[in-house]
Design a protein around this ligand. Structure first.
Ligand code: GSY
Length: 154
């Protein structure tokens, strides 16, 4: 299972580290963490740049429990949804849950926008270079199409 975390408000690295600690406390164990990546905002671009990270986790939570856990972490760190795609203390997205495909109103897996986001694909490739998506696409094959997005490893 893989999660993507991003922050573009306040002490961004501190926010991401706090989010990872809160995940651990709820039984979501980080087995591998990417470097921190400085990334330009995607979507709503008139906002500060992000610090992003991808983690591989192990948990006995099912996909929806994992989603709720991610949402609790966002809430605990004071995320306030003002502008839909706007600045946030911490955003925690569930990217992949093994080879599971989930299509429910509140959760879609694999994450529906992960294929076009360099801030997800580049750190994901760092932690799992051999990873293949449930439809058979290697993550490595998706990287060239996002090469124009600025993602700088710290
Ligand atoms: O869902 C992710 C939040 N987000 C990000 C992000 O984490 N990083 C970058 N670079 N752009 C983003 N746009 C959105 S929305």
């Amino acid at each position: 299972m893989f999660l993507s975390l991003g922050s573009n408000l306040g002490d961004r690295e501190g926010n991401l580290r706090a989010a990872l600690r809160l995940l651990e406390k709820q039984g979501v164990h980080v087995v591998r963490r990417s470097s921190w990546y400085e990334t330009d905002p995607v979507g709503y671009t008139d906002q500060p740049s992000f610090l992003n990270v991808v983690v591989e986790v192990r948990t006995s939570l099912d996909p929806h429990e994992l989603l709720r856990c991610a949402q609790r972490v966002e809430a605990a760190l004071g995320r306030v949804r003002t502008v839909r795609w706007g600045p946030r203390t911490v955003d925690v997205d569930v990217l992949l849950y093994g080879g599971r495909v989930v299509n429910t109103p509140d959760l879609v897996l694999p994450h529906p926008r992960m294929r076009e986001r360099a801030f997800v694909l580049v750190p994901l490739f760092e932690v799992a270079p051999e990873l293949v998506l449930p439809d058979g696409t290697p993550v490595a094959a998706l990287l060239p199409s996002v090469a124009d997005q600025r993602v700088v490893r710290r």
